[in-house]
Design a protein around this ligand. Sequence first.
Ligand code: ATP
Ligand code: MG
Length: 361
Amino acid sequence: MTTPETMKNILILPGDYIGPEVMAEAVKVLEVFKAEGEPIAWSFGHLGGAAYEAEGHPYPPSTQQAARAADAILMGAVGGPKYDGLPRAVRPEQGILGIRKDLGLFANLRPALAYEALAAASPLKPELIAGLDVLIVRELTGDIYFGQPRGRRKTADGHDEGYDTMHYSVPEIERIAHVAFQAARKRRRRLCSVDKENVLETSRLWREVMIRVGRDYPDVELTHLYVDNAAMQLIKNPRQFDVIVTGNLFGDILSDEASQLAGSIGMLPSASLDANNKGLYEPIHGSAPDIAGQNKANPLAMILSVGMMFKYSFGRTDLADRIDAAVRKVLQDGKRTGDIAQPGEPVIGTQEMGAAVVDAL
Ligand code: ATP
Ligand code: MG
């Protein structure tokens, strides 16, 4: 028997183009666990272009209410050419920015994992990525993206100039530090903080705070790298890393770099967390309008996002591990959607891939 308090409520926001297609396969995975008696329930809402069409706003009040009440949120990608002509305030991307801000999601977690069965898709040699498992923790709310003042002005000698301001406060650094140290504790207990401390004042503060917070986690080994060196090390010897924590700008760049080590954009999940591990889980890929409606999209990133949800929001590493193992099994069995197939390999569709994962589970 499960009491209402232990029931986990999941809000599902399928999104646009391939979003609903990959989400349908993720729901099949939820159905497997529910049938096993796991205390999960879910409901559907609108976000992005679909929300604008249904309710006139990319993050409508009904979704706001449901998102605030939910224990976790699964999201498909939003946006696409259908919505390009909309006024800026109601573009699909405003839905994502809106929900992130509304829920106070400040930590973005992106694993970069190498799947042996897909080694041929990686730009790196198989021996460099065998067993690769890196987690990048990126701060999402501060840094140069939102810093004021910013704008355009004239220089003293009359040239036009653009300027931005990078800043981080101690509380902002502390909270992302705790997320990163806690994530490292669930893994191999090594955390590498990435900054540019030799040049930037924000980075000097970042490093000081990381070291101070690190005293609360004596079981986690803390190291530091300059961002330029980190970018190089990710290619040269990516397996040296367990968890990487960094600011918004450096994290944006490094997480895209790391995503390619694993091969396909269709394989990578992500989590965005608040201070209580309430999270929004989504694939890193976009809405892929070019393949929408053709049963071609790879649903594995969306399915792996469900695994991250169980691990980070519900503390169910066991279910996350089962999803990871099922994904590895279908890849080992040679199941391939178009994005991860090598020339000549037979290709299956979105729904067939979802069904294969359910079988493997
Ligand atoms: P966004 O701006 O929303 O990030 P994008 O323009 O960067 O979008 P995506 O929508 O991620 O791009 O698509 C980039 C390419 O990757 C496209 O060719 C698309 O078909 C492919 N792609 C993205 N996701 C998947 C997926 N799940 N399965 C297969 N191919 C995918
Ligand atoms: Mg993109």
